[in-house]
Design a binder for this molecule. Structure first.
Ligand SMILES: Cc1cc2nc3c(=O)[nH]c(=O)nc-3n(C[C@H](O)[C@H](O)[C@H](O)COP(=O)(O)O)c2cc1C
Length: 398
């Protein structure tokens, strides 16, 4: 039995957000539900619900469930990209929605389906609300009404939401991939900037974490900057602090948490992409197994899933699509274009052609753990480096 006294690893981010350790769970859509979020917050980090694609009722429900599981602060992450969409709302079948897609791309996908042997799928009509698709505005209203302590936004500028959030005491975290967008968000009045490097899983920019963080820190000082992209243990956390960040926003490492992916809502709709089923257990296992098997070379950046550059664990669909001449469409039409392919692959359980978002850090993630273990190991590792390894190995005097 260890009788270690309570450990300390604190930065100004902890005081700002009311958390014990400077570790934030990246709000990953479809992954971070109430169970994972509460586990991270209870372990001393900040859990963030991945609410991209939820509707307002589901979001209310998730917030309520999270509050039952933790009394610690937590956040909600939304994607608020600017979308140039036709003003559509109502109940649509897939063939109705195909009318919004160019014939050339539809033909490319039909060819791909027969080349790979992807079966047809019946997709039930989905409810499309143009407001839900184009701005996540109703979801922001839910976060603010519910006074969730933190609103985080990936993809897009949360400027219009900042005054509304601040009026109710909700802090705003904005995610960026370059200095220009960091400055825009700083001007918009966000409270914390997450600077996300190219190594990241999910939607990602072009600048690596190592050069990005100090440049964003310098550009928006004294605003707190949190590092994202490639943080998998205490070493990544300490490196981020050395670069001037006051904490980390970690995604891929938490995909291996037992608590990840288990609250997938039914009717999950990724923007206009049609994905009316939550993930089944075999899909979660396939995803996690692929992360465990991956080396640092096994991720790939592609636009084929959402129309924006996103990093996934590589799979045969990406390879086959990228070999062909198929152009991708802008978000959210690309998700719609690929939905029939994705659902057909899932129906046929063609595991080689299926994987999920994941970052380059996957190469060093080798086992499933609890969220608490992930946080404890990251904190212990960071304390060991800061208190013992660096003082023992580095001679520095002034
Ligand atoms: C599976 C997955 C889903 C993601 N979904 C979202 C999302 O819904 N919203 C968002 O802001 N970022 C999302 N991201 C990006 C993360 O917020 C974060 O920036 C990234 O995971 C950090 O890099 P890392 O994966 O190397 O830790 C996602 C990342 C992954 C791996």
């Amino acid at each position: 039995m260890s009788h270690k006294k309570s450990k300390t690893l604190r930065t100004r981010l902890c005081d700002l957000l009311g958390i014990k350790y400077p570790i934030i769970l990246a709000g990953m859509g479809g992954v971070c539900g109430p169970t994972l979020v509460a586990a991270v917050s209870n372990a001393g980090g900040l859990g963030v619900l991945g609410a991209a694609g939820l509707n307002p009722i589901q979001l209310h429900d998730w917030i309520k469930k999270t509050r039952k599981l933790t009394n610690k602060p937590f956040g909600v992450d939304l994607l608020i990209p600017h979308l140039d969409l036709p003003p559509i709302s109502g109940k649509f079948s897939l063939s109705d929605l195909r009318a919004f897609l160019p014939a050339e791309q539809l033909a490319f996908v039909d060819n791909l389906k027969s080349e790979i042997g992807i079966p047809d799928v019946e997709i039930p009509p989905i409810e499309v609300e143009s407001e839900l698709l184009s701005g996540a505005k109703k979801l922001i209203d839910v976060v603010v009404e519910e006074r969730v302590p933190i609103l985080a936004t990936g993809l897009g500028n949360p400027e219009y939401a900042v005054p509304q959030a601040h009026a109710k005491g909700v802090k705003v975290i904005g995610l960026v991939g370059n200095v220009r967008n960091a400055c825009r968000l700083a001007e918009a009045g966000v409270d914390v900037i997450v600077a996300q490097g190219y190594e990241s899983g999910g939607h990602t920019g072009r600048i690596g974490t190592l050069p990005l963080i100090p440049q964003v820190v310098d550009a928006v000082r004294p605003l707190p900057v949190v590092a994202a992209g490639g943080v998998g243990d205490g070493r990544g956390l300490v490196a981020s602090l050395a670069l001037g960040a006051c904490g980390v926003w970690a995604g891929t490492v938490f995909l291996l948490a037992h608590e990840a992916c288990i609250d997938s809502p039914i009717d999950w709709i990724f923007n206009v992409g049609v994905d009316p089923y939550g993930l089944e257990q075999w899909e979660i296992d396939n995803w996690k197994d692929k992360i465990i098997a991956a080396t640092e070379e096994d991720t790939r950046v592609t636009r084929i899933y959402t129309g924006k550059t996103a990093r996934l664990i590589n799979n045969r669909l990406i390879e086959t699509w990228e070999k062909g001449e198929g152009k991708t469409l802008p978000m959210p039409l690309q998700s719609l274009l690929i939905s029939e392919v994705a659902l057909g692959l899932r129906k046929a359980k063609m595991r080689d052609y299926i994987s999920g978002f994941g970052g380059q850090i996957a190469g060093m993630l080798k086992e499933r753990k609890t969220a608490k273990q992930i946080i404890d190991e990251m904190v212990d590792g960071a304390i060991e480096i800061l208190r013992h390894r660096i003082p023992a190995e580095v001679v520095a005097e002034d």
